[in-house]
Ligand binder design. Structure first.
Ligand code: BGC
Length: 941
């Protein structure tokens, strides 16, 4: 039931009740619900109080905005009394509706500040030198080799007493490496692989846990297991370890407040004790070996005797910034039961999880002490039904469990993850049954935002594959792939996929966090690196990770722009504005004539396109590198102009606008002949020229026609790589070739998304030819089956097929564009998107020549609805002719728009054109040329 027009879903910095915010003026948002069409907010009042009690009295002792005449309901920046470390802020909001009627206050929400000053941290970094010999440890521990990064996981603990009643207690904790924290035998929180990956030389995230309920009167024990993780384990290419340091370290601080107002702090210091235990090593790429015989039962409880443990080593804190975790932690987000289990031979089972996932398996077993169970992971099977692991390169991806022989044992690794659909289990004692195996799906716990479905099962599978690749590769940072050695935050992949990512999940905090590493990875002369976070030992070495690469470095501009568009977030622009401007200046510094010809970094081009000169040169796409670079440069400049305007830097906006015009002219002069033909014709060349609006209008039609010719020459197939693919279907649609766009979408023959799906893909492949019937697997040196880049078609499904889009002039879906594009023989499509203003739905159904469109937009928003019809007089809003609908405003025909007021609208149109267009291939018959538009106000139901 909807409570009439009361603000709900209160968020602070996009998060619900976040613990640990270190932003001085956090931003507040809410959504509105209403059953009335056209309902909107005309004013709001926010109260922020220092206690729940004060808030309940209707007072905001920290901040009371009073009645603010405004329709804003997102990104309201806190502007009250200065907040101190650890302060909890309770808040609520009420609004006034379009008739000036005041709502009740929302339920209370809160956020809590983290540690704002470096001096708030009392402890020192502590670590344990696992090279020390300890009596009774097995040979594996004594032969470990530091350079490999494969070291036993340190166990660290301390005890402390509390004598007085406790009001509250918070543990602030982080690691150089990974940690799992335990208090009095209980694991803290659900996060795994914490504190997450950042450039540890620059900033390290910490998490805050509310632990008051776990503390006991008397003696308590705090214990932490450390892993090497991204800090000192194997990361990137060739299994190289120790990128940021050589040994994991812990920094923790437990702050206890007693009822009488006194405080007690327990921090990492020389009193902690350390040892190693059953985790012989646990490495992100290599896997984990766990010898259960070495378990230390109850090691994390107060009564445990740690007298045989060793003292820890101390390291003074340096100036590395400690920052509160800005986004959702990595967690187990789902558990899957196996689809099938086959016995390969007497010793080996192959488990099919039915889905290519990222994470690990949890195994249940019973057996003799010392029994070794080895678990290996692969994305696909070889022709002989054995596990295919060649494409993992140096990543061993092997977990080993050595049984203690104590009855039922459960193994689940701690500081590793794998990319896999198939699991090879060797040495399992007995028959492996399905209920003994669980696939743990691991990734950043970002909320789902969008769903898409339509009448074509193959397209629905494509959408699922995109989402699974996003879930697997959005793991602390956006990675390229989850299975082989590498797993890096490649900027190119992130920028091509960012918009699709926003359609599927609420990724604003996730990208905001990652962008801090993009910015800190920028070179002093302004070049964005190819990856973020940087790998410190690679810097200055001759490795393929560089900087200043066209379409990769540009992520530094495109990702903030995308967040601005999808969330209306201007703070992200302001925070990154200088760094973006330096990137533009970096390109300008080495180039004349407003082109990007010189200094092009790694110059990957249209990575993995299929139009290279020879099959062995598959990286070498035919699209000229100068064209690609210059197109991106012009596009960046265009986005800079828009972003400068959005944050009120008008003089610079005007300069960038002029620069864009000059770049466009230079592009045309350098790469386009007078007939609108590119001097070197490729699909991606045309897609960039059209997608970035680099051609004059009189040449656009001809350029689009040439693009279509090139596609037809390939028998209506694509040939683009990472860079072109995201623009392919949008550009064709905008140019009036909707039917061809659908045709490419629905292809099942090679190369296409459908080809991979026909051959069992459950995630997006890195390469169109990852596996082909003719050639089998692509070269194992680079062949991931879980790379999201080619899944950037997802945004077309939302924005064009279902038709939910942002109005670039009203970012953040404050004014929504609904522009469905029925076609391709689909009989229905439906997308739902949880925007920062509330839920938007666009659903169309085609029956004969009748198109029914259901639209829902949240209160306090409006939408422009474009209908693919010629004759608006036949359109009804429910039973009412559209022209007479109270909440629908017909826009002039020339504007091709209609604006509806919010809420649920059901538009029915008789439109023969839709049917015709479904099978047609010419621009003339395309629907976008004949659309009518309406404007409507919000509704709810
Ligand atoms: C990665 C890509 C990345 C590329 C650079 C590859 O190894 O997997 O996704 O963008 O290198 O071209």
């Amino acid at each position: 039931m909807i409570v009439e027009f009361v603000p709900a879903e209160l968020r602070c910095e996009y998060l619900a009740d976040p613990l640990g915010i270190d932003i001085a003026c956090p931003r507040l948002s809410w959504v509105l619900q209403s059953a009335q069409r056209g309902q909107r907010q005309t004013a709001y009042q926010v109260l922020v109080a220092s206690s729940e009690h004060i808030l309940q009295r209707g007072e905001g002792d920290l901040w009371d905005t009073g009645k603010v005449i405004s329709s804003d309901s997102a990104h309201i920046a806190y502007n009250g009394l200065e907040l101190r470390s650890g302060q909890r802020c309770w808040w609520q909001v009420r609004v006034w509706d379009r008739h000036g009627v005041r709502s009740a206050y929302s339920p209370a929400a809160w956020w809590e500040m983290g540690l704002l000053e470096a001096s708030d941290w009392r402890g020192t970094w502590i670590s344990y030198d696992t090279k020390r010999k300890e009596a009774g440890l097995p040979a594996e521990l004594e032969t470990h080799d530091d350079a490999s990064g494969l070291i036993p996981s340190p166990y660290l603990r301390t005890t402390f007493s509390t004598a007085q009643p406790i009001r509250r207690a918070r543990l602030c904790i982080t690691a150089r490496g990974l940690y799992e924290a335990r208090l009095n035998g209980q694991r803290l929180g659900n996060a795994v692989l914490a504190p997450g990956w950042t450039d540890y030389a620059v900033r390290i995230q910490y998490q805050v846990y509310d632990v008051g309920h776990l503390l006991r009167h008397g003696k308590n024990a705090l214990g932490v297991i450390l892993g090497t993780g991204w800090y000192s384990g194997c990361v990137g290419f060739d299994g190289r370890a120790n990128h940021y340091g050589s040994r994991p370290q812990l920094l923790a601080q437990l702050h206890i407040e007693h009822d009488d107002g006194t405080a007690q702090i327990v921090a990492t210091d020389g009193s902690w004790r350390a040892t190693t235990g059953p985790i012989l090593f646990s490495d992100l790429l290599m896997g984990e070996t766990f010898d259960a015989r070495l378990a230390r039962p109850a090691w994390d409880t107060a009564t445990y005797d740690d007298s045989a443990w060793m003292p820890v080593e101390l390291a003074e804190r340096d100036t590395t910034r400690l920052v509160a975790c800005r986004s959702e932690p990595v967690q187990i987000t789902e558990e899957l039961a196996p689809r099938a289990i086959a016995r390969l031979d007497a010793d080996t089972h192959i488990v099919d999880m039915g889905q290519n996932i990222v994470g690990w398996v949890r195994l249940r077993m019973r057996g003799m002490a010392g029994t070794r169970v080895r678990v290996r992971f692969g994305e696909v099977l070889a022709a002989d039904a054995t596990l295919y692991t060649d494409n993992l390169r140096s990543a061993r991806a092997t977990d080993t469990y050595i049984l203690a022989g104590t009855g039922e044992e459960i193994f689940e690794p701690r500081f590793t993850f794998h990319g896999f659909r198939y699991v090879e289990v060797a040495g399992y004692p007995g028959d492996l049954s399905a209920d003994a195996v669980r696939g743990c799906v691991v990734g950043s716990a970002v909320p789902q935002a969008g769903t898409f479905e339509c009448s074509d099962p193959m397209v629905n599978q494509l959408q699922r594959n995109i989402v699974w690749s996003q879930r697997g590769n959005f793991l602390s940072i956006p990675t390229d792939c989850p299975q082989r050695d590498e797993r890096l935050g490649w900027l190119g992949d992130a920028q091509v996929f960012a918009r699709t990512a926003c359609c599927n999940q609420g990724v604003a905090p996730f990208f905001t966090n990652w962008l801090a590493d993009v910015a800190s990875g920028q070179s002093p002369d302004g070049a964005f690196a190819d990856i973020a976070p940087l790998l410190r030992i690679d810097l200055g070495q001759d490795v393929s990770v560089g900087s200043g690469t066209p379409a990769w470095g540009d992520a530094g501009v495109i990702v903030p722009w995308t967040l601005y568009q999808c969330y209306g977030d201007t703070r992200i622009i302001a925070e990154h504005y200088e760094s973006m401007a330096r990137w533009i200046a970096y390109i300008q510094g080495a180039n004349a004539d407003n082109l990007w010809i010189n200094r092009r970094g790694n110059d990957f081009g249209d990575w993995l396109a299929l139009d290279g000169a020879t099959p062995s040169e598959l990286f070498k796409s035919a699209t000229p590198r100068e064209l690609l670079a210059s197109a991106y440069y012009a596009h960046d400049v265009y986005l800079m102009a828009r972003m400068a305007r959005a944050i009120g830097r008008l003089d610079e906006a005007i300069e960038y606008e002029a620069l864009f015009r000059a770049s466009r002219a230079a592009f045309i002069k350098a790469f386009v002949d007078p007939d609108g033909r590119l001097l070197v014709e490729t699909q991606t060349g045309y897609l960039l020229a059209l997608g970035f609006d680099l051609l004059p209008s009189d040449l656009r039609t001809r350029a689009a026609a040439r693009l279509v010719d090139l596609i037809k020459e390939k028998d209506n197939h694509l040939s683009t790589g990472f860079i072109g693919i995201g623009y392919l279907l949008p550009v064709l649609t905008e140019a009036g070739y909707l039917d061809l766009a659908y045709r490419i979408l629905l292809n099942r023959t090679y190369p296409s998304w459908g080809y991979s799906i026909s051959h069992g893909a459950t995630t997006i492949w890195e390469r169109w030819d990852g596996w082909t019937a003719d050639a089998g697997f692509q070269a194992a040196t680079m062949n991931s089956f879980n790379h999201y880049s080619l899944g950037s078609v997802g945004e077309w499904l939302f924005r064009y097929v279902a038709g939910i889009d942002v109005d670039p002039d009203h970012p953040g879906y404050q004014h929504v564009i609904i522009r469905p594009h029925p076609g391709g023989g689909l009989t229905y499509a439906r997308a739902e998107y949880r925007s920062i203003h509330g839920t938007i739905v666009s659903m169309w159904r085609l029956a004969g020549n009748e198109l029914t469109l259901h639209v829902t937009i949240p209160p306090n928003t409006t939408a422009t609805v474009h209908l693919p019809v010629n004759d608006v007089s036949a359109v009804t809003d429910g039973a009412t002719p559209i022209a007479r609908s109270a909440d629908v405003e017909m826009l002039p025909q020339t504007s091709e728009r209609v604006v509806i007021s919010p809420l649920q609208v059901k538009l029915i149109a008789k439109c023969a054109e839709v049917q015709a267009a479904a099978g047609s291939s010419s621009a003339k018959e395309g629907m976008t040329t004949s659309s009518h538009s309406f404007k409507a106000a919000t509704t709810t139901c």
